[in-house]
Design a protein around this ligand. Structure first.
Ligand code: DMJ
Length: 549
């Protein structure tokens, strides 16, 4: 027994020594313990106090050795690299943005009854301080009215990496057809926005190259653009499946083409696109509402086509307002057409569900003869756009419509077991039906679309109501739960079945440029990080400057 005990004792005793690395002296734990027991109570208290003081000192001084700590100003210098990423839009506004101008209401009491006829021209909207996104390779060789000089300071490697890709690998001479609208809002808009935020002339050069290749679309008899163009041969044509262009597509390119002209001083881009808006303005409509197809050769709407604020109609209305804002509220017909259209929407397209009286926007078929209680998720952009209009002095009743539509769009998410909205929702308007909404199997997919979170951001920005943030957080969590995959997020095929959402292995670029950007803005510590009085966001959430004319 004793032998066994001794063996165990020796084995356990082997590592029982603390070595001072500098002196190479050994301190046994036991001798430390003995020393401690010999101390008086007072001496022990002194030791406790010394240890505590050492801990506080360590806490206080250690951060100074961290690379992100700047002892000169006592602030964290956030290094924007792979390991420490702050999303780029946090850099948009170094100046503390002003709170929303609620005083507008007090200053313009007549606003509810009629449009504020703002004849006063706005001052130029941008100054150097507003534009701070800075790439490492940005240069300062700008032309055009709006200069976006890069500032010293914050740099982040993702931007520099992306910039290099755009400079060296993004070419527009591929022999293939592209859609004028999609390429304009996604690519041209992004290049222009990058130019404004970085001041890097390379982005503008790319934008000019692309814009020039897109211009042949406008060579139709009416000036209404063809929908597609081959970027190499520069031949434009109607869609393969139809002789007509979509109304929303031909009227959702003006912000970008105008900006391209303003940046370069070459009017041809703005002239071509603005002519289209003017042409559509001159066409007959039903109380401001437009059919969703238009022929590029005749310049006429297709008779009996659907009227909707969803697919193929949506951003016609959006760009009426945004063009008016972009041009410093100087082009009256754009504002007037927008206001007339919203009256038309209220009169002809809105209904309430039988059960809970949710207000929704339906569609008019056959040129306005039949009402269909169907609402695309796309339509949920409207509350945000309405709020933006009210922010710019348009009738207050637009805000009531916006708030009601927000509730309905929220329900489109909340009533699904995944908390994700389907692509299309049908509403029950017949009395004695149960439930407010239903979803058809073919419409049950979710493409990670941005429209509702876009509206949440505008509504929160303009009203300050935190409920909109809460709703955004619920949706973000649903994306996290049902759409997140290893290398990104994916569209899903069925929002009605949380057990089998049918992931599609597909992430549209608008999820990054719009959905996540609006969520980021919605949760930003500085809710006014992007000033609505200085920028107008294009249909793909790319900020462009507001001009004074
Ligand atoms: C975006 O590409 C644009 O917002 C467009 O105007 C319609 N909607 C998609 C995203 O859903």
């Amino acid at each position: 027994m004793l032998g066994q005990f001794r063996k165990e004792y020796v084995a356990l005793n082997l590592p029982n020594t603390i070595v001072d690395a500098n002196s190479n002296r050994g301190w046994s734990k036991r001798s430390l313990w003995r020393w401690w027991n010999q101390l008086s109570r007072f001496q022990r208290s002194v030791v406790y106090i010394l240890i505590l003081a050492a801990c506080f000192a360590a806490l206080y001084f250690l951060p100074a050795t961290h690379p992100s700590w700047n002892p000169s100003n006592g602030k964290l210098n956030i290094a924007l690299d792979r390991n420490h990423v702050t999303p780029p839009l946090s850099l948009l506004s170094p100046k503390k943005a002003q709170p929303p101008d609620n005083s507008l209401d007090k200053e313009q009491p007549a606003k509810e009854a009629h449009i504020n006829n703002n004849t006063q021209k706005k001052q130029p909207m941008l100054d150097k301080e507003d534009l701070v996104l800075s790439g490492e390779t940005a240069n300062n060789n700008n032309v055009g009215q709006v200069h976006s000089p890069p500032r010293d300071g914050v740099k982040f490697s993702e931007f520099a990496e992306a910039r290099e890709w755009v400079a060296n690998s993004l070419h527009f001479d591929g022999n293939r057809d592209v859609n004028l609208f999609e390429v304009t809002i996604r690519v041209l808009g992004s290049l222009l926005s990058s130019y404004h935020l970085s001041g890097d002339r390379m982005f503008l050069d790319k934008a000019v190259d692309l814009g020039t290749r897109l211009l042949p679309c406008f060579d139709s008899d009416s000036g209404v653009p063809y929908s597609d163009v081959n970027l190499a041969t520069r031949k434009a044509h109607s869609p393969k499946w139809s002789p007509d262009s979509s109304t929303s597509e031909v009227t959702t390119i003006q912000l970008e083409f105008r900006d391209l002209s303003r940046c370069t001083g070459d009017p041809k881009f703005e002239d071509s696109a603005a002519k289209v808006s003017l042409h559509v303005h001159g066409l007959e409509k039903s109380e401001g509402l437009v059919p969703i197809f238009i022929n590029a050769n005749t310049g006429h709407f297709r008779s009996y086509s659907t009227i909707t604020l969803g697919a193929r109609g949506d951003s016609y209305y959006e760009y009426l307002l945004k063009q008016w804002i972009q041009t410093g509220q100087t082009i009256d017909y754009l504002r007037d057409d927008f206001v007339e259209a919203i009256s038309g929407v209220m009169k002809h397209l809105t209904r309430r569900t039988a059960q809970n009286k949710y207000l929704f926007i339906g569609e008019l078929l056959a040129g306005g003869r039949d009402f269909k209680p169907k609402m695309d998720h796309l339509t949920c952009y409207l509350p945000g756009t309405l709020a933006l209009g009210v922010h710019n002095g348009l009738p207050q009743e637009h805000m009531q419509l916006a708030e009601e539509l927000m509730t309905t769009c929220y329900q489109m998410y909340a009533q699904q077991p995944t908390f994700l909205a389907p692509e299309i929702t049908y509403f029950n308007i017949q009395e004695r039906t149960t439930g407010d909404m239903s979803v058809k199997t073919n419409d049950a997919h979710n493409l990670l679309r941005p429209e509702f979170v876009e509206s949440l951001w505008y509504m929160y920005q303009i009203t300050g109501n935190k409920t909109y943030q809460d709703w955004g957080w619920q949706i973000f969590q649903a994306f996290e739960k049902y759409a997140k995959v290893v290398n990104g997020y994916t569209s899903i095929g069925n929002v009605r079945n949380p057990v089998n959402t049918r992931p599609r292995d597909m992430m549209e670029s608008f999820f990054l440029s719009e959905t996540l950007k609006y969520l980021y803005l919605l949760f930003s510590d500085d809710p006014h990080i992007l000033s609505l009085d200085k920028y107008v966001l294009n249909s793909e959430a790319h900020p462009l400057p507001i001009y004074d004319t």
